[in-house]
Design a binder for this molecule. Structure first.
Ligand code: NAG
Ligand code: NAG
Ligand code: NAG
Ligand code: NAG
Ligand code: NAG
Ligand code: NAG
Ligand code: NAG
Length: 434
């Protein structure tokens, strides 16, 4: 398919806010690569209509070239790969991968159990390979300066409702340290990994050259596989506390998921560690076990992973900085694709966090009222507050429900590990709405 850049088709999108769209009127707002057609987006009969919408999606590419996209990719792979490589092996990307990029800040060898170290070492060397791919593909710019301390602490400030510039030591007596243990490192690795998985998949549609596109598809599929391993390791630890918070892995994951989902625009895409939402590949709904189902593969009911545009990725990583400087990137990204500005040069395309009042997207719980009640072997099985933090149920359905798949495994039993007796979990006092 010829990839076209059509900016003029975009005006219709700008006014649509988060309301459902009429069939044939275009994509979900802010650069989502999905159509909102009720019969779409993968309906061959609708392709003549959707061709216009796909062209609109291509506007996320704006006037960027394949070289610009490969250079953007280099930023993302450097960010993920150097963190993983240092965290597991204690070695940074070599000079042929960094191409002179400066040492980053806040990375280093993590304090990991043998099991996690082993699994994540495979991921790390594969991530080095991703870095190599970007160099083979022609990515010629140095790795950007990344401040992981700033990036993760800015994200955690957001997910606990703190003001910019604060960190969670205000609440918990210590800042977030991604290298502290299995839980903190896995949460940090998968946070970045899933931006690679979804962002690389988004680039597959934006690239013109099929050879490069195929290579980037390989990055997306392997990153998705890495993320599934990371999710499974976290699922096994889902009731463990996350230092220094008093919340569990499942709950902190839910906050991180809600953050990424809010920062990438109004559409619903990101998913937590536990699954209960029937708009996705959910096994069930209205089930006493809801919230206990493992969610290793965050997909829609068709089993498809989702995509993000570069602008969405930048917005997430820079904590919504319009200049593209902030969060993980104190000097911004290298290359031409370096701001979250999407769709057209005047629209920012992405909402600030948290969303405006009319936003149908889920919001993130505010900090406060930490529930001191321990989780015991008798329950609760659903982490208090967790369902408030994962995807809300009031958004547009991409496809009606899991029932359209025709199979509902009634006998399916959730996997459960013995609860730890003294884990404190947070109960959000409410949600932010704008
Ligand atoms: C670009 O976005 C702005 C803000 O949403 C809008 O006013 C303008 O009409 C858009 N321009 C084009 C060419 O779509
Ligand atoms: C595909 O789109 C056509 C035209 O709108 C519609 O008639 C048909 O029902 C759609 N197919 C599905 C499976 O939704
Ligand atoms: C891309 O578009 C922007 C905004 O219109 C413009 O400033 C820039 O010069 C363009 N770049 C190229 C390479 O055409
Ligand atoms: C970098 O690449 C050059 C050329 O292939 C090679 O000679 C050199 O050994 C490489 N350096 C490292 C650190 O791998
Ligand atoms: C990195 O971030 C930390 C935490 O925000 C900050 O104290 C430090 O000055 C930053 N370093 C650089 C070089 O930006
Ligand atoms: C977290 O739990 C510890 C130990 O029970 C307690 O001392 C501390 O006050 C709790 N922190 C918050 C913010 O509730
Ligand atoms: C789940 O329960 C809600 C509230 O009772 C109800 O509106 C909804 O239809 C139920 N969904 C399913 C799939 O049973």
């Amino acid at each position: 398919m010829t990839k076209l850049i059509v900016v003029a088709a975009l005006a219709v999108l700008a006014t649509a806010a988060a309301a459902p769209f009429n069939t044939g009127t275009g994509l979900l707002p802010t650069g989502s690569l999905l159509t909102s057609d009720a019969g779409g987006p993968y309906n061959l009969t609708l392709l003549p209509v959707q061709q216009g919408e796909v062209k609109s999606a291509m506007a996320a590419r704006m006037n960027y070239t394949d070289a610009d996209i490969v250079n953007f990719l280099t930023n993302v792979e450097c960010t993920e790969g150097r963190f993983d490589s240092m965290g597991t092996l204690g070695v940074d990307f070599n000079d042929n991968l960094t191409l002179g990029g400066p040492p980053s800040i806040g990375y280093g060898k993590a304090n990991l159990s043998p099991e996690v170290l082993s699994a994540l070492t495979e991921v790390a060397v594969s991530e080095q390979g991703h870095g190599l791919f970007t160099r083979h593909a022609g990515g010629a710019l140095p790795c950007p300066l990344v401040n992981y301390t700033a990036g993760f602490n800015d994200v955690y400030a957001n997910i606990y409702g703190l003001a910019p510039g604060q960190d969670i030591s205000v609440l918990f007596g210590a800042p977030f340290d991604p290298l502290y243990n299995d839980e903190t490192f896995l949460l940090s690795v998968v946070f970045l990994e899933e931006l690679g998985a979804t962002g690389n998949k988004g680039l597959v549609s934006l690239l013109s050259n099929p050879v490069i596109s195929d290579g980037v598809n390989g990055l997306a599929t392997s990153a998705t596989a890495f993320a599934a391993i990371e999710r499974f390791l976290l699922f096994q630890r889902r009731e463990n506390p996350v230092y220094p918070t008093n919340e569990t892995v499942a709950q902190v994951f839910a906050r991180l998921s809600a953050y990424r989902d809010a920062m990438d625009g109004p559409q619903f895409d990101d998913q937590g560690l536990l699954n209960y939402d029937p708009r996705f590949v959910a096994i069930t709904v209205n089930d006493t076990n809801a919230g206990q189902y493992i969610n290793n593969f965050p997909t829609d009911v068709q089993g498809l992973t989702f995509s993000r545009t570069p602008q969405m990725i930048i917005n997430i990583l820079t904590i919504g900085s319009p200049t593209g400087i902030g969060g993980f990137y104190p000097q911004g990204l290298n290359g031409n694709i370096k701001t979250p500005t999407g769709y057209n040069v005047t629209a920012s395309g992405l909402q600030p966090f948290a969303g405006a009042a009319q936003d149908v997207e889920e919001t993130v719980a505010q900090a406060g009222n930490v529930n001191q009640a321990p989780i015991t072997a008798a329950g609760p099985y659903v982490v208090p507050g967790e369902l408030d933090l994962t995807q809300a149920e009031n958004g547009p359905l991409q496809t009606p429900s899991y029932t359209s798949r025709g199979y509902y495994p009634l006998a399916y039993q959730p996997f459960r590990v013995a609860s730890q007796p003294q884990v404190m979990v947070g109960t959000p006092s409410g949600t932010t709405s704008g």
